[in-house]
Design a protein around this ligand. Structure first.
Ligand code: SF4
Length: 291
């Protein structure tokens, strides 16, 4: 499990974060009751030059940057994890000053980039890692990519992000001690119009082969949408599921769109609220409206 990176109290439970990315939450109560988000998805820009046909954020070369000096960002608690994405987050002109400030605030920043941008902006990524401005790096891959695999082997906090229904080259990335996060296919943004028979076929195939994949990675994880789409609950024991499940969206997590100045339970929520200046009332609203 490696070194302890952060330990803090949130509501009625304690969170321990380890340097390999493992998060352990403990409480003496029956349920976890958070006062602020343990982790947040933060969209910082809508600019992206990849033009992916299933982009649920509809990012494009006309996309705008979000304001990284919004008041609520200064109220984030030490230990909170940010999953920073876009668009292409590497394109944001204020990225380094923002990450530097978050580090000083004790916020743990993780970044998600596209496989093409990893290669194109490798120098910048190496700088962010060497200065410890980011902790985890998610790299989205549509298909097998040897450059990304080699990178992931050299930087162990790399997590390969694959979309259920898009990625199908699982056999090429197994048994190499890689970390993989399977994301559910989002019927949102361009994902709604792109959805087709190929996506359906890959989703079905992935569901069928999933039991054989579980022990083939250093770590395999799922977002809540993928847990549902792949019915992960049916292929592991109830105890294992209970131990590993991090809670429903909005229980200790939330989504923030800095471009449109909105926040929501998750990136696919249609119910959105305008940004406020403090994370606590924002989170309270998400928690109270999550059903
Ligand atoms: S899916 Fe990601 S890489 Fe593709 S256009 Fe959208 S933001 Fe860019």
């Amino acid at each position: 499990m490696n070194d302890l990176l952060a330990m803090y109290r949130n509501g009625n439970y304690t969170v321990k974060l380890y340097s390999d990315g493992t998060k352990v939450k403990t409480t003496k109560y029956d349920e976890f009751d958070a006062s602020f988000p343990d982790s947040m998805d933060l969209k910082i820009t809508d600019y992206c030059d990849m033009n992916c046909p299933m982009c649920h954020e509809k990012s494009s070369i006309n996309g705008k940057e979000g304001n990284l000096n919004e008041d609520f960002l200064f109220t984030l608690k030490s230990g909170t994890e940010l999953a920073i994405g876009g668009g292409n987050p590497l394109s944001h002109s204020e990225l380094i000053p923002f990450l530097t400030r978050m580090k000083e605030q004790g916020v743990i920043c993780n970044l998600t980039v596209n496989e093409a941008h990893l290669k194109k902006d490798r120098k910048l990524i190496d700088e962010l890692i060497s200065k410890k401005l980011i902790f985890g790096l998610g790299v989205s891959i549509k298909a097998y990519n040897q450059y990304v695999i080699d990178f992931a082997k050299s930087y162990r906090n790399t997590v390969l992000h694959v979309i259920n229904g898009i990625f199908e080259d699982y056999d090429k990335i197994t048994d190499q001690e890689l970390k993989v996060l399977i994301l559910g296919y989002k019927m949102f943004g361009k994902g709604k119009t792109y959805y087709n028979d190929d996506v359906k076929k890959i989703k079905t195939h992935t569901k069928n082969i999933l039991p054989s994949l579980l022990d083939k990675f250093d770590c395999i994880s799922f977002d809540n949408l993928a847990l549902e789409q792949l019915d992960v609950k049916s292929i592991i024991s109830p105890e294992e599921y209970e131990n590993m499940y991090m809670g429903d969206d909005g229980e200790a997590t939330m989504y923030i769109d800095l471009v449109n100045r909105e926040y929501a339970k998750s990136s696919t929520s249609t119910e959105r609220f305008t940004l406020e200046n403090d994370i606590i009332p924002m989170f309270r609203k998400i928690k109270n409206n999550r059903y």
